[in-house]
Design a protein around this ligand. Structure first.
Ligand code: NAD
Ligand code: LMR
Length: 338
């Protein structure tokens, strides 16, 4: 083990365990891909979350440094680092929530689907570990292409006999965060008071903002609808191009991931009315996976809300979204069943 890992094991762990057990509402959370562009700020923000008692940071590189750094923060969560495949099982054992931002990001000119060949295998391996070591955990999947990696996770869990559709959630929160921001900008609202449902999936035309259902109720010109739909659907590409080859959204994604993970933890704690959009196994459309608003509770997804009334523009968008989503879902399923 690297020296800082030894240090934590020999000096801090026993008392840390006591501290963790003492926290009545403390949950155990693992981040897989914790040393990456999303993983590091996500680890920082989860260390600040009072609902977290134990935070496991796993990656195939650089976790000793990230763990040492984050562990000096004087917040409640006990941090432990895990490096490389041989430590994956220790990282996962006993976890309540596993967040997966592991995998390669896009460069300009790429689609999220271009990441499939590398990230599909990464997600498969990590989910095999989850099936073995913490099959009851809620799983938040960030790795792209989310439209395919969630079906991959589901197939891995089905194969292992541990699949619970209520516990596997694709994180589409960044689309909602962007939609809230861009709509608030156009309407001169406070983004914190703006609620835009975004349904479908997490890539291009599968990202379907329902501008007719924005709260507070408001109306848009057709020009505003075209501008907002395009900007929300291409928000990821906007960041990829601005970063010019050095990666994709990391900071806003870490913010969105923590907002979503916190909702999952509040649900696990038993809070009432915790509702967020997520990409889950769903019967809302004829597709096996779809993102809509869901209510989160002790069992994970406890209720999936219907799409609600759509206008003609949104109905046309839905048809386009479903066509692309169907192919992405099939690609993920075939990757495991082949
Ligand atoms: P990054 O390259 O900065 O970090 C990825 C991390 O994953 C690295 O530290 C790497 O070592 C680690 N990793 C690679 N293989 C691993 C394995 N087998 N096990 C554990 N860790 C492994 O990338 P990033 O910017 O953090 O993005 C990560 C992923 O998140 C990408 O696929 C990206 O497309 C996706 N993403 C999704 C959303 C979303 O809204 N769902 C938003 C932004 C990015
Ligand atoms: C995003 O929406 O920012 C992510 O999916 C990353 C990307 O590749 O766009």
């Amino acid at each position: 083990n690297p020296p800082n890992f030894q240090m934590e094991e020999s000096c801090g762990l026993n008392r840390a365990n006591c501290r963790a057990k003492g926290g009545a509402a403390g949950f155990k959370v693992a981040i897989l891909g914790a040393a990456g562009g999303i993983g590091q700020p996500l680890a920082l923000l989860m260390k600040m979350n009072p609902l977290v008692s134990v935070l496991h940071l796993y990656d195939v590189v650089n976790t000793p440094g990230v763990t040492a750094d984050i562990s000096h923060m004087d917040t409640g969560a006990v941090v432990r680092g895990f490096l490389g495949q041989q430590q994956l099982e220790d990282a996962l054992t006993g976890m309540d929530l596993v967040i997966i931002p592991a995998g390669v990001p896009r460069k300009p000119g790429m689609t999220r689907d271009d990441l499939f060949n590398i990230n599909a295998g990464i997600v498969k391996t990590l989910c095999e570990g989850i099936a073995k070591c913490c099959p009851q955990a809620i799983v938040n999947i960030i790795s792209n292409p989310v439209n395919s990696t969630v079906p991959i996770a589901a197939e891995v869990f089905k194969k292992a006999g541990t699949f619970d559709p209520n516990r596997v959630l694709g994180v589409t929160m960044l689309d909602v965060v962007r939609a809230n921001t861009f709509v608030a900008e156009v309407l001169g609202l406070d983004p914190r008071e703006t609620d835009v449902p975004v349904v479908g999936g997490h890539a291009g035309v599968t990202i379907l903002p329902l501008l007719s259902q924005v709260k507070p109720p408001c109306s848009f010109t057709q020009k505003e609808i075209d501008y907002l739909t395009d900007r929300i659907q291409n928000g990821g590409t906007e960041v990829v191009e601005a970063k010019a080859g050095s990666g994709s959204a990391t900071l806003s994604m870490a913010y969105a991931a923590v907002k979503f993970a916190d909702a999952c933890l509040r649900g696990l704690r038993g809070d009432a009315s915790v509702v967020q959009c997520a990409y889950v196994a769903s019967a809302v459309t004829e597709l096996p996976f779809f993102a809509t608003k869901v209510r989160l509770g002790r069992a994970g997804v406890e209720e999936i809300y219907p799409l609600g009334p759509l206008n003609e523009y949104e109905r046309a968008g839905l048809e386009k979204a479903k066509k692309e989503l169907a192919a992405s879902i099939q690609k993920g399923v075939s990757f495991i069943r082949k």
